[in-house]
Design a protein around this ligand. Sequence first.
Ligand SMILES: *[C@@H]1O[C@H](CO)[C@@H](O)[C@H](O)[C@H]1NC(C)=O
Ligand SMILES: *[C@@H]1O[C@H](CO)[C@@H](O)[C@H](O)[C@H]1NC(C)=O
Length: 196
Amino acid sequence: MRFFIALALSSLATTLAYQVIQPNAAVGWSSEGGQLLTWERADTDPLNFTVVLTNVDRSVFPDGDQVLAAQVDGNLKQVYLNPPAGGWPTGVAFRVNLAQDTDNLNSLYAQSAQFEIKPPNITSSSSTRASTASFTRPPPTTTAASTIPVTTPASVPSPSAAGSVGGDTPLNAGTRAFSVHAGLAPLFAAMCLFLA
Ligand SMILES: *[C@@H]1O[C@H](CO)[C@@H](O)[C@H](O)[C@H]1NC(C)=O
Ligand SMILES: *[C@@H]1O[C@H](CO)[C@@H](O)[C@H](O)[C@H]1NC(C)=O
């Protein structure tokens, strides 16, 4: 065990140079917005590099190579890369190259592991669907009835005040709420009166 660690350290010491940490096989990119590139740099490394997105699979990435950023300061250790002009491609087996400069894209300081660029999550669109669904609910009064009691019971535990007020007026709304939220009817009645 110790032998392997020593071996690993010595091979690190001799080859330590620019090294892409992220993206990698486990943590890829999304095809929406700026994407995170992180790396390690040794003191002896060149000061800056040019970032190139590559994929040997032309059916995934017809461009093959695309420069994402030039003359990135190596000491930053991380940078968010803007999508290329045509937007991020999606698919597997992408790599990021840290190249010398735009005139020497084949002179590499480091290359990432293969990683995937995925479309953004579906969950965001499902949450917007849920919120638009609540907008289609018919009368605004019932919307208030369903939203208000959810937040109030914990913060307004005054059944006596609610009860005395509840006998007064908004029977119509009060009974409707009663059928839905039995225990919350007095609270709701008080709320209606308060709002009126
Ligand atoms: C980028 O690195 C090269 C080589 O290390 C250096 O000659 C050049 O001045 C650097 N450019 C910037 C903007 O840091
Ligand atoms: C997508 O969802 C997964 C799991 O829910 C999460 O780990 C990941 O961070 C999400 N990605 C984005 C770009 O939101």
